[in-house]
Design a protein around this ligand. Structure first.
Ligand SMILES: [Zn+2]
Ligand SMILES: [Zn+2]
Length: 146
């Protein structure tokens, strides 16, 4: 997906929620689009430099998440990370490092995704739950922490 197309989609989504797509928010979106997984406000702050105050970064992330452009990831150690919502980037899963806390995106092959969907359906059904989505979270150690 081109950044222009992505920005257009996010701009419309935010506009529908009465949220302005400011220059700072565009830079946050660009940083998230480049990241390999969900990022915390502190991680984004480090990536973007100090030009965006941490307080406005927190606010931008929260309003863009409320508008449905970003998704939360509640990772290990109570840190909230954000990523572009799946309707923008596609369905995927997460590898969560329990040591450094890094969260990486991972996409499954069509085969594995189908297998996982069947497992999810069976688990949900056995609990009388009407599933409408899933995200697989694999905890462990990233290559740097092993
Ligand atoms: Zn790690
Ligand atoms: Zn993700």
């Amino acid at each position: 997906m081109t950044t222009g197309h992505l920005e257009h989609q996010i701009r419309s989504r935010l506009a529908a929620g009465g949220v302005r797509f400011t220059d700072g928010r565009r830079r946050v979106v660009a940083a998230l689009a480049e990241a390999d997984g969900p990022r915390s406000a502190a991680e984004l702050h480090a990536a973007l430099g100090t030009s965006i105050p941490l307080s406005s970064l927190y606010r931008s992330l929260s309003v863009m998440a409320d508008a449905g452009a970003l998704a939360h990831h509640h990772g290990s150690k109570g840190v909230t990370r954000y990523e572009l919502a799946e309707w923008l980037t596609g369905h995927h899963h997460h590898l969560v490092c329990v040591d450094c806390g890094t969260v990486d995106d991972i996409e499954l092959s069509e085969d594995l995704e189908t297998t996982l969907q069947n497992v999810v359906k069976r688990v949900a059904k056995s609990a009388g739950f009407a599933a409408d989505g899933h995200t697989l979270e694999i905890d462990g150690l990233c290559t740097d922490c092993q």
